[in-house]
Design a protein around this ligand. Structure first.
Ligand SMILES: [Zn+2]
Length: 98
């Protein structure tokens, strides 16, 4: 899953396979069944792919929502790290006199 780092479950978000194989966020980490764990970080969440989830759950799984947005809607803060630095370039590339 994602970055493939195993971390404390407190530090991670649980995803479950819901009705019709559509992935859902399990904010209480208490839904029955197998869960997939991911860091609430933009880079990690965006690395979650339907194919990887299908392997984790051993069944066809689909992602029908923007997981980052879904987490934020549930009040889970998503760290804005792990991207390839597109925003960093925009922030630093000001009006230089090169
Ligand atoms: Zn991660």
């Amino acid at each position: 899953m994602g970055c493939k780092k195993i971390d404390q479950r407190d530090a991670m978000v649980r995803l479950i396979r819901g009705v019709a194989g559509v992935v859902r966020i399990d904010p209480k980490r208490s839904a029955p069944g197998r869960g997939a764990w991911v860091h609430p970080r933009r880079g990690c969440v965006q690395a979650v792919k339907a194919g990887g989830l299908s392997r984790t759950f051993r069944r066809e799984t689909r992602i029908e929502i923007d997981l980052v947005e879904g987490l934020q809607r549930l009040g889970i803060a998503v760290d804005d790290v792990g991207t390839t630095g597109a925003s960093v370039g925009a922030a630093t590339g000001g009006s230089g006199t090169r």
